[in-house]
Design a protein around this ligand. Sequence first.
Ligand code: HEM
Length: 358
Amino acid sequence: MTTRPVSQDGPASRPERPGRWRRAIDAVDERMGVKALAYPVPEHANNLGWSLGGLTAVAFVTLLVTGVYITQFYSPVPESANQSVRNLVTHVWLGSFARALHYWTAQAMFVLALLHLLRVFLHASYKKPREGNWVVGAAMFLLTFLAVFTGTVLKWDQEGYEALAHNLDVAKLLGGLGIWFTPELINRVPILLRLYSAHVTLIPGLILVLFVLHALLIKRHKISPHPQIPAPEVETPEPFTAHLQRVAAFGLVLLGALALLAVLVPPVIGPTPVEGIEITRPPWMFWWFFPLEEWFGVASIGIVIAIVFGLIFLVPFLDRSPRRRWQERKLAMGAALFLLLALIAVTIEVWINNPKGH
Ligand code: HEM
């Protein structure tokens, strides 16, 4: 007769069987190695501020889903682009909602990525050894900005057309480098089609590749220590799944708010554009450089965008001191605050004094 081994705790204790959800994750991981992206999350990162990167990723996925849907009904040629968007909102099942959700989520992604960048800056999380990951993040932010720009042009109304016209002016100043934006590259293919292909493949594809690199680097370096909170003697990091659940909970609130906005305030679409006039103002994400054309000429737009993004990319190389507490980084904090306030001031100036554009 065989006897069962009896444990110290009594006969009933058995090794606990993992739940269905965990078994499913383990099964996928065994085949796809998804856990390679998981990183340990310290106590100080269990809050909204340190979940902003995750929320940016939630916005990005929402843009992919809504984008794939609305692109089925979009015609990327100047003759029919505007009408195809009108048909999308009037004739397609959930077309108006999908377009509105895409529109609001694009703005949310821009804001969330900016807030995430500011969080990383405030806590000096870009310092050694995370300089490279800051640059990867900055590249994703630049791509987000380019996605908003190309998306604005696609609807091919007056606003989109003028955005493109300004861009062509700046591209001309770049000489040979700006050729991608001009019909000289190939005049049989409309530039709208090239911008469309960039908007739906090149830009999101690059963001996706960079995001995987971003996540692998976070895992390698671990989440940065909090500059004001001393590290505990014994680290008890939260399991990544718990962090994911928190990001998912914040993400659901975000999606709920965006869906509400999409229903209550759907984006408008103007009539087909008229060449040679300037009567609109661009979406608010571009207001920080919008009046420069009037003040200093069209070249200043390109120069200021290059300077602002150049400075963002260079942050870890300009500020090389090991100090992490904000009180000890007066120069870096002062310079960043000055730049941020200047950009906000120009944005508010356009909002108040320039309701219609040029
Ligand atoms: C645009 C899309 C972006 C996504 C989806 C994203 C995602 C994430 C996620 C999920 C984290 C983990 C911690 C957290 O959420 O705070 C993180 C950390 C980080 N991100 Fe991003 N990020 C983006 C953009 C940026 C930008 C614009 C920068 C800076 C220019 C940046 C720099 C960093 C750095 C340095 C870390 C490590 C922070 C630490 O260890 O405390 N990221 N990112």
